[in-house]
Design a protein around this ligand. Sequence first.
Ligand code: ACO
Length: 325
Amino acid sequence: MTAVLGFGGYVPERVMTNEDWSRLVDTTDEWITSRTGIKERRFAAEDESTLDLSEQAALVAMKDAGLNPDDIDEIVVATDTPEVYTPDTASLLQDRLGCRNVPTYDLGGSGCAGWIQAIDVARARIAFEPKKVLVVGVELISRLISWEDRATCVLFGDAAGAVVLGPGGGKATLVDVISGTDGSKADILTLQTGGTRHPFTVDSAAAGDHQRLDMKGSEVFREAVRRMSSVTLDLLERLDKDIDDIALLIPHQANKRIIDAVGQKLGIADERVFVNVDRYGNTGSATVPFGLWEAYEGGRIQPGDLVVLTAFGAGFHWASAALQF
Ligand code: ACO
């Protein structure tokens, strides 16, 4: 069965508080805290890019696994904020890390559910052929969204998380993953400009359309709670487990109110739900692997624990995964 051989995470040093945002747009700490639970987030330095964040998280994960770049057989990067438009961030990461000429690919556009989808793909690859797969979730959202749209800019932060997966041994077993998609809800969270339907133009760039994330906030909220709860219950049912068997639930960190609502719907005690959205905001496809690394590194996970990960993202996608430590 697929195992997690090592965990890694990285956040940039620069802290951006709600007070910092209130000096740039018409918002307040009170509004952001009461609606989202976010107090601060990290923003990449000017000379940092997606590749740098990915590299740092990957190095931590490889060190934790006791592996060298030469040992990695495949690389997957889940991101909606790639290093460049073409090629994929994974190719650049392979070169940066000094890995062999192994296959690499990005899983892009899946929003915040992308990293769980990526570990699902990786475990299928490992089942087909025993290999060590580096799976990174990274987002440098601060550079690609509008700093003038108060409805979205205050929600996000930059981070990266990573694991190395392998065919056995390691620190935890990736027991199961369930994921799903409802493409009819693509319009509730979308960035339209830059693709073939709405290519970049001088006018659209001048209007800042390429940085305009359209979000139907209340619909995203509703779908997020509904889907993260139901996919977690489906996963538990398939594993013949119940809520009390979960030692720690690590949900996508979009918003504390969403996390609380999922916890209430599942009937799981607050102390068994991992939360770091107050310190890092929504870091897209990095929230789950970075949270997993923080929980592991901070001693929140003990041998024998069943840890459940769950996420939702633009698509509309949802996914849950179970790790047995
Ligand atoms: N500061 C102050 N006022 C603001 C801000 C801000 N940063 N942003 C919006 N407002 C205003 C709006 O303009 C609006 O004013 P109006 O009534 O005069 O028009 C008012 O606040 C209420 O706006 P709503 O959008 O109705 O605010 P709501 O209470 O729904 O909260 C929020 C918005 C936090 C986005 C909420 O809908 C939500 O949590 N949605 C879930 C979406 C989410 O978390 N997305 C994260 C990304 S998605 C992902 O991770 C996959």
